[in-house]
Design a protein. Structure first.
Length: 89
């Protein structure tokens, strides 16, 4: 069985997002983990998602001190918007 972190790595490699200099405050790790679950058809934890993002070299920071959800320095790639990411297209 594929682990949650491995699934997240595959989603990160699929080309939906790209690095940017500043943190994207529009969506948190918890929101994105749901995109990955829908895309993969399998449950993953917020922690699995955060770990995979860290391993890919993105910057991460909690929404606020002690908060379990994180923000990342990325943007959607051209041609991919919230709808297409969510629907796994």
């Amino acid at each position: 069985m594929t682990t949650g972190i491995e699934i997240c790595r595959k989603w990160l490699d699929a080309g939906y997002i790209e690095p940017r200099k500043t943190f994207n405050k529009s969506m948190s790790s918890y929101s994105f983990k749901h995109f990955v679950e829908y895309w993969a058809g399998q449950y993953i934890t917020n922690e699995d998602f955060i770990q995979a993002v860290i391993e890919k070299g993105y910057k991460v920071k909690p929404i606020e001190e002690g908060h379990p959800n994180y923000l990342f320095n990325w943007a959607y790639c051209k041609g991919h918007d919230w709808y297409s990411v969510h629907k796994g297209l």
